[in-house]
Write a protein that binds this ligand. Structure first.
Ligand code: T5A
Ligand code: NA
Length: 215
């Protein structure tokens, strides 16, 4: 008797980076690429401003409401936890999920406030237990290159002091994490997209192959 055909799981792909690194543009190009290869794909972004928690975050980012640093941090995290189960279900059912910002932004932006009781270590704790990405693509761009793409917007965090700290903290966090692919985001849209496709293809090939026994 023939065995039931197992469903190949989807991949969890996170795209991270500084402001104007091109995350949303690249997420859309990656979505089309995965779709063309005949795979099911979903795009989600954090913060998800559509939920009740997301609306609190949106008010905070636009400056119409204030929040304690720790409190807003936990809301950003809760905004991920509220969809954690559905991400897991999608992946198990064979859908590849592309995530525009995730726990890495979560930890880094909060820690960049230099609040003495809000370290990077503290900020990372509420993220523990969320689905672990198969790959995190970090779109790396210099401050000068980012500035060419237009000035800072009006939202909280869109200032030089904050962005400089964020840049440093991403580096600190990535030294401690696995499965990070650093992508040079200063190239043209198409060149960046090619680099991302290569990193994602390698990642998916790894998912399909059995790994070696290690020490
Ligand atoms: N935050 C977020 C937290 O504090 N905690 C958290 O847990 C999370 C999840 C909002 C803020 O919230 C913080 C971080 C943020 O400060 P957001 O809504 O994701 O987060 O931020 P956005 O403002 O939407 O995104 P960005 O400004 O960071 O832009 P993107 O998505 O990186 O860039 P994109 O694709 O929109 O492109 C920007 C511009 O550059 C051009 C595009 O056409 C566009 O005009 N561009 C290029 N130009 C030339 N060459 C290229 N290769 C280009 N790629 C893009
Ligand atoms: Na964006």
């Amino acid at each position: 008797q023939s065995q039931p055909k197992p469903t190949r799981r989807g991949a969890l792909i996170v795209v991270e980076g500084l402001d104007r690194a091109g995350k949303s543009s690249q997420c859309e190009m990656l979505r089309e690429y995965i779709l063309k290869q005949g795979n099911a794909v979903k795009y989600i972004r954090f913060p998800d401003r559509t939920t009740p928690i997301g609306q609190l975050i949106d008010n905070y980012l636009r400056g119409s409401a204030n929040q304690d640093d720790h409190s807003i941090h936990l809301l950003f995290s809760a905004n991920r936890w509220e969809v954690a189960k559905s991400i897991e279900q999608d992946i198990a059912s064979g859908i590849t999920v592309i995530v525009d910002r995730y726990s890495y932004s979560g930890a880094v932006y909060s820690a960049a406030k230099a609040n003495p009781t809000l370290s990077l270590e503290w900020a990372w704790q509420p993220e523990l237990g969320l689905p672990r990405p198969d790959i995190c693509l970090f779109l790396s761009i210099s401050a000068q290159e980012a500035a060419k793409r237009g000035g800072y917007g009006t939202e909280r965090y869109e200032n030089e002091t904050m962005q400089t700290r964020v840049r440093e903290l991403f580096r600190t966090l990535f030294d401690r994490q696995e499965d990070i692919a650093i992508i040079d985001a200063g190239e043209s849209l198409d060149e960046v997209s090619k680099d991302i496709q290569k990193a994602v293809s390698d990642c998916i090939a790894r998912l399909d192959s059995i790994g070696p026994l290690r020490v």
